[in-house]
Write a protein that binds this ligand. Structure first.
Ligand code: PGA
Ligand code: ZN
Length: 415
C-alpha cells in the first residue's frame, strides 16, 4: 500500500489543450491514474492552474512545469506514504505548495496526484472507486444536462452560458438519460424547423445556434419538450461573473446594455414566473453579495447554485452560508485542487441543507472519476454537459455501469 513511484505526463483535453495526467504506483504492484479537467469560465477565487506561459508551445498553455512539479518535489514527498491515507496525502500536497491558491506547484499538479492516489487506493483494496470512497450515502445522481450553449462556451451571441434539461420525473438514472436523449433529438428537429439547421455544438456538446435572445433559447427548449412529450423543467447557468465589471452587468443581447444587479434579479424573477425554471446557477457575479442575497430571498423555491460564488472552497461556502447566499453549491474538483477539500465542501453543504451538484468542466478528458465521486458523495445531482462528445459520455457511461449495482436514485425534490 506504500507509494513507490509517481509519474506525470502532458496529455490533451477535449479542446485540444494540454492538461496533466498522473500515475501513482504502490509497492504491492497496484496503480492509479487520473487526468485533470480545465474550465473556460473560471472564477477569480479558484485555485490556480499552472500553465507554462511559453508561447512557443500550445500558445503558452503547456503544463510541463506542473508535470515537473509532480516528477520532482511532489514525488519526493509522496514516496513512502500509505496510499490509503487520503487526508494525510492531501495535507502534505497543500503544505508542499505552501500558498493559499496552490499557484506555486499548481492546483492541476496537486489534483492529479490527489485523484490518482484515490484510484490507487481503490485498486489496492480491490473495490471500485465509488464504493471505496462512498458508504451508506452512495446513490445515483440526477443529471442536469446542457441543451443549448451560449456565453463563453459557444460561438453564438447569447449572454447566458447554459440552458439545461432537468429530468425531474425520471425514477431511475437510465430513464433520466433516455429522456434526455429524446429531448436532445427533439431539439435538433426544433432548431431545424426554425432555420437553425446545422447548429454546431459548444464545448460541452450543447447546440450553439445563433439566436437573438435568451428568451428565444428557453422557448425553443420548451418546444422540444412539447414535441417529445416530456414535462418541462429548465435549469439555467447564467455564469454572470463573465459579463460583470466594476459593479455592473454588460449584456450583449439586444444590441448591448449595461444593467445593475437589481435589474438582473428582476429579470430572473420574471423568468421564473413565466417559465418552468427550477434551478439557476451563478445568476449573479462572484462578488456581488448584495445581489445574491436579494435573489436568494426573492426565489426561495428555486435551486440557486453558486459556482464562481463558492469555487468549491470551504471558506467561501461557509461565508455564503453565514450570509444566506444561494441554497446550493456546484462542486468542481479542480476549483480547489484536492479530494479532501472537495469532500469537506460536500459535507459542509449537507450540514447546512444546501444542495450539491458535482460538476465537470468545459475542458475534460476520458477520465470518469467525476461519476464515481458523484455517486460516492451521495450529492444527488451531477452536471456533465450534453449527451454528445465522448469526454461527456465517459462519465454518463460510467454511471450506467455503476447503476448495475442497484443503488438508489436521487429523484428531484422540490425546494
Ligand atoms: P467552465 O464552465 O468549466 O468553462 O468554467 C462550467 C460552468 O460554468 O459551470
Ligand atoms: Zn457555472
Amino acid at each position: 500500500m506504500i507509494i513507490n513511484r509517481l509519474h506525470a505526463r502532458e496529455v490533451l483535453d477535449s479542446r485540444g489543450r494540454p492538461t496533466i495526467e498522473v500515475e501513482v504506483f504502490t509497492t504491492d504492484g497496484h496503480y492509479g491514474r487520473a487526468s485533470v479537467p480545465s474550465g473556460a469560465s473560471t472564477g477569480r477565487h479558484e485555485a490556480v492552474e499552472l500553465r507554462d506561459g511559453d508561447k512557443s508551445r500550445y500558445g503558452g498553455l503547456g503544463v510541463r512545469r506542473a508535470v515537473e512539479a509532480v516528477r520532482g518535489p511532489i514525488a519526493d514527498a509522496m514516496i513512502g506514504q500509505d496510499v490509503r491515507e487520503q487526508s494525510t496525502i492531501d495535507e502534505l500536497l497543500c503544505q508542499l505548495d505552501g500558498t493559499q491558491n496552490k499557484g506555486r506547484l499548481g492546483a492541476n499538479a496537486l489534483l492529479g496526484v490527489s485523484l490518482a492516489c484515490a484510484h490507487a487506493a481503490a485498486a489496492v483494496t480491490g473495490i471500485p472507486l465509488w464504493k471505496y470512497l462512498g458508504g451508506e450515502r452512495c446513490r445515483m445522481p440526477l443529471p442536469m444536462v446542457n441543451m443549448i450553449s451560449g456565453g463563453l462556451h459557444a460561438g453564438g451571441n447569447l449572454d447566458l452560458q447554459d440552458f439545461l434539461f432537468l429530468p425531474i420525473h425520471a425514477s431511475t438514472y437510465s430513464e433520466a438519460l433516455e429522456t434526455t436523449c429524446a429531448v436532445y433529438r427533439s431539439l435538433a428537429g426544433v432548431l431545424k424547423k426554425h432555420g437553425h439547421e446545422g447548429a454546431l455544438v459548444g464545448d460541452e456538446g450543447g447546440y450553439g445556434p445563433k439566436l437573438s435572445s435568451s428568451e428565444q433559447a428557453i422557448e425553443l427548449l420548451l418546444e422540444a419538450y412539447r414535441s417529445a412529450g416530456i414535462e418541462a423543467a429548465i435549469a439555467l447557468d447564467v455564469a454572470a461573473t463573465h459579463f460583470y465589471r466594476d459593479g455592473r452587468y454588460y449584456l450583449q443581447e439586444g444590441g448591448g446594455r449595461v444593467v445593475e444587479s437589481g435589474w438582473m434579479v428582476e429579470r430572473l424573477v420574471r423568468w421564473c414566473n413565466a417559465y418552468p425554471i427550477r434551478s439557476i446557477e451563478d445568476g449573479l457575479a462572484e462578488d456581488d453579495f448584495e445581489g445574491w442575497l436579494e435573489l436568494t430571498q426573492r426565489l426561495p423555491k428555486v435551486q440557486l447554485i453558486g459556482d464562481d460564488l463558492f469555487v468549491t472552497n470551504p471558506q467561501r461556502l461557509i461565508m455564503g452560508i453565514d450570509r444566506g447566499l444561494a441554497n446550493a453549491v456546484l462542486v468542481k474538483v479542480n476549483q480547489i485542487g484536492t479530494l479532501t477539500e472537495t469532500w469537506r465542501v460536500l459535507t459542509l453543504a449537507r450540514e447546512a441543507n444546501y444542495r450539491a451538484i458535482v460538476s465537470a468542466r468545459s475542458g475534460e478528458t476520458e477520465d470518469s472519476t467525476l461519476a464515481d465521486l458523484a455517486v460516492a458523495s451521495g450529492a444527488g445531482q451531477i452536471k456533465i454537459g450534453s449527451v454528445a462528445r465522448s469526454e461527456r459520455l465517459a462519465k454518463y457511461n460510467q454511471l450506467l455501469r455503476i447503476e448495475e449495482h442497484g443503488l438508489p436514485f436521487a429523484q428531484w425534490v422540490e425546494r
